[in-house]
Write a protein that binds this ligand. Structure first.
Ligand code: BGC
Ligand code: CA
Length: 432
């Protein structure tokens, strides 16, 4: 808060001093400064829609069966990028976090004393590369993964209480000279009947079914995200004292660590939301894409290389993940706070307000609605972007593309697809 004030004061002083210098011709731009949707800003660019800056975020254009990147979509024009997070690094952290917890609590974790540490796994979307990575990361760390075509199989097991599923195997861990078996008792994709994936309500129902048929075998609950993890925690594991692990570090999940939620992973959404809008801002300003990212901008915004990586051949920025557990959760209680090193307001005369069309694939996705969008809304002000937020139904691309009827009204686009294969549904509109 204090920092923001200082930044605002400095901007005011700067604006005053440029005005005093008598540049005189920026009165028109000054009228448009707020960027909050409370003034009418229309596209100021004369370029064709196909040449306007485009950023894909959270769902990387890729083949949902093979994971292969969709290079056509990633290279749509010279100002196209993807912003996400490092899925493999995060998945490894998540698996390690669960394994560490088991080791540290070995004397009390096996609730029915059968010598098997049983866990259940909520899978988000079997065709989403982040979900696949998380399933693999957990199975790898716990020794339950089996190889398939050179990778750990990420298929759901269905029910596997007897340990016979072909998609997983029993793992073993050794603690204090003693060996324990680890078994994935059950896993399933949490997709509702209408087709929405990562569905929290479906996960809440699944834990109900699982716990009523083999509840005393469940020692640990793992989820590909916090939305599903919290739904299972609230429905069952909290009352039964069963540690539950998620991903995203949404504020409600972080708070639940005090009540026995096992832990979560921050995918540094504060850095991702910044990068999502920053790459657009840079293209609109006609400056190097690294401005305000690896190179300080004129307001002092810059990211250090321990929070993100850029892979040029993938046209992709990836934030790095951090484990959030009982040891450090107090530092992560509000997931919507901007990352301090990139929280300085841009000067509106040098970076005039531009109009951005942005969609969230599913308006009721917990992570996107409770963490990512509030962050975007904080950064759009700082970056002088007037963003129109469109919320999808999580099921059909057309529900979103229908609302991209007049792309000429916008200067840039930020897209969160329903399905990672569907980039062309959007680029076709921009190509018209
Ligand atoms: C998040 C999930 C979310 C998904 C939506 C992932 O990065 O971890 O919580 O449901 O994105 O695409
Ligand atoms: Ca057991």
């Amino acid at each position: 808060m204090k920092k923001k004030w200082v930044a605002l004061m400095m901007t005011a002083v700067f604006a005053f001093s440029t005005a005093a210098c008598g540049s005189g011709n920026n009165a028109a731009t000054n009228d448009n400064q707020t960027g909050d949707g409370d003034t009418q800003v229309s596209s100021s660019s004369s370029s064709e829609n196909k040449d306007k800056p485009l950023v894909w975020f959270n769902r990387q254009p890729s083949n949902s069966s093979t994971g292969e990147l969709d290079q056509t979509a990633l290279n749509f024009n010279k100002d196209t990028y993807y912003v996400g997070f490092d899925a493999n690094q995060g998945a490894e952290l998540q698996g390690q976090m669960v394994k560490d917890y088991i080791e540290q609590n070995i004397d009390k974790i096996d609730r029915n004393g059968d010598g098997i540490i049983g866990y259940v796994l909520a899978i988000g979307d079997i065709g989403h590369n982040d979900s696949i990575a998380r399933t693999r990361g957990v199975r790898k760390a716990l020794g339950t993964g089996v190889e398939k075509d050179g990778n750990i199989d990420s298929e759901p097991t269905g029910t596997n209480t007897d340990g016979t599923s072909a998609a997983v195997q029993d793992g073993t861990i050794e603690v204090g000279g003693k060996e324990y078996t680890i078994r994935e008792l059950a896993s399933q994709e949490m997709k509702n009947s209408a087709g929405a994936t990562w569905d929290a309500a479906t996960a809440g129902n699944a834990i109900g079914t699982w716990s009523s048929s083999f509840g005393d075998q469940i020692d640990v609950v793992v989820s590909n995200n916090d939305g599903m993890g919290m739904s299972m925690f609230n429905a069952w594991s909290k009352d039964n004292g069963v540690p539950t692990f998620g991903y995203d570090a949404n504020s409600d999940a972080v708070a639940a660590i005090a009540d026995g939620y096992g832990g979560t992973i921050s995918q540094h959404a504060d850095v991702q939301a910044y990068l999502t809008l920053r790459v657009l801002r840079n293209a609109l300003d006609g400056v190097d894409v690294d401005t305000g990212i690896g190179t300080p901008d004129d307001a002092g915004n810059v990211l250090s290389d321990d929070v993100y990586v850029y892979k040029a051949d993938e046209r992709s920025y990836y934030s790095l993940n951090v484990a959030v557990t009982a040891d450090n959760y107090k530092d992560f209680t509000d997931s919507t706070v901007v990352w301090a090193p990139v929280s300085n307001q841009l000067d509106a005369s040098a970076h005039p307000t531009k109009k951005v069309w942005l969609n969230i694939y599913n308006a009721s996705d917990n992570f996107l609605s409770s963490t990512y969008q509030p962050l975007l809304q904080n950064y759009d002000d700082l970056l002088n972007l007037d963003v129109e937020y469109i919320g999808g139904d999580g099921q059909t691309e057309s529900n979103i593309t229908n609302r991209l009827g007049n792309p000429s009204q916008y200067d840039a686009f930020a897209i969160n697809m329903v399905k990672t294969d569907n980039a062309a549904s959007y680029t076709a509109i921009l190509n018209q």
